[in-house]
Ligand binder design. Structure first.
Ligand code: SF4
Length: 321
């Protein structure tokens, strides 16, 4: 089976049961899919990397040996690879959540339920100094604690401080008008502002209080400031949109020079009736995105930071499909 089809099948499950003699620690994240859950692991083959949430009830089993070599098995799945250790949040990156917690309540996101904590600039710099030799990227993200303005100010201060490490810095926060230029001035080389839902109606329903049209405008502004291949946006697949609506959203992003990160929904109890999208749909949308990216002369494999560099949670055009 082609790697993209196999990865789509594994992503459609999204979880794994661990066995074997390997003693490793599942990564506990405070952002992204699975935040606050029982942790996740990164399984890597010569073709690419997959992040899976640890779940004793999973239909997939990962049998890992003491040397990190591992075999992933499940319905029509049997693939050998290895466990890859996360540095902070994911392998080869210091992907750091600045504000743990959020004043908003997006329905698919567990971050607002986590204990609130803000990392200081000194703390973040010390974390990075410890791992600087083992990372290719510094990626900063944040919930929103206090106000959007306060959080942006904290992200800019930290981006400015960590730019001194000489490692590419990417930032993904909830943006305000002018945020792209302020982040660029602080030393960021890439940004990811998430459009989250394929349609305004779904966005309004899922992300009360957030501004859909405003985020689109800021994405466009970001491409002028950061350039092509340097601006990204997550869109969740499985919030109730049709394929046609998702395709229109993907095309709208690539038309303005933004690289879509198409993220399969991780269902939560606050989204009754919504399930993880099936493998065929994950693959179909990735293949569509690849065509649109090629037409727009955009290339996610050029990413220097964040999710398109990691590739654990999604199919990356040009790498996986
Ligand atoms: S793809 Fe993004 S959210 Fe997923 S593990 Fe990698 S960095 Fe984290």
């Amino acid at each position: 089976m082609h790697w993209g089809a196999l990865k789509a099948r594994i992503l459609a499950c999204g979880t794994v049961r661990l066995t074997g003699t390997c003693r490793f620690h599942p990564e506990q994240s405070t952002a992204g899919p699975g935040a606050g859950g029982s942790g996740s692991i990164f399984f890597t083959t010569p073709h690419g990397r997959i992040r899976l949430a640890v779940d004793e009830q999973s239909s997939l089993t990962l049998t890992a040996d003491a040397d990190g070599s591992a075999r992933l098995t499940g319905p029509e799945i049997d693939v050998c690879g290895r466990i890859e250790e996360a540095v902070y949040h994911c392998p080869r990156q210091a992907y750091i959540t600045l504000s743990e917690g959020c004043i908003f309540s997006c329905r698919y996101c567990a971050v607002p339920t986590l204990p609130k904590r803000i990392k200081t600039t000194e703390e973040v710099c010390a974390m990075i100094a410890e791992v600087a030799d083992d990372i290719d990227a510094i990626s900063l993200t944040s919930g929103v604690i206090g106000s959007v303005e306060e959080d942006e100010a904290r992200a800019i201060t930290v981006a400015h401080a960590v730019a001194g490490f000489g490692i590419p810095v990417g930032v993904s926060i909830y943006p305000l008008p002018g945020t792209p230029q302020r982040l660029k001035d602080a030393g960021a080389c890439e940004v990811k502002f998430n459009i989250e839902a394929a349609t305004p109606a779904l966005f309004q329903n899922m992300c009360p209080g957030l501004d859909y049209a405003g985020t689109w405008a800021i994405l466009k502004e970001s491409v002028d400031i950061f350039g092509r291949n340097r601006v990204f946006s997550n869109v969740i697949l499985g919030l109730g949109e049709t394929d046609t609506e998702m395709e229109a959203c993907i095309r709208r992003l690539t038309d303005i020079g933004v690289i879509p990160v198409i993220r399969p929904l991780a269902p939560t109890p606050s989204l009754p009736g919504l399930t993880r999208p099936p493998a065929e749909r994950i693959l179909r949308m990735a293949v569509f995105a690849k065509k649109e990216l090629t037409k727009a002369e955009l290339d996610p494999t050029q990413a220097k930071t964040m999710c398109s560099l990691c590739g654990g949670c999604d199919l990356v055009a040009g790498r996986d499909v």
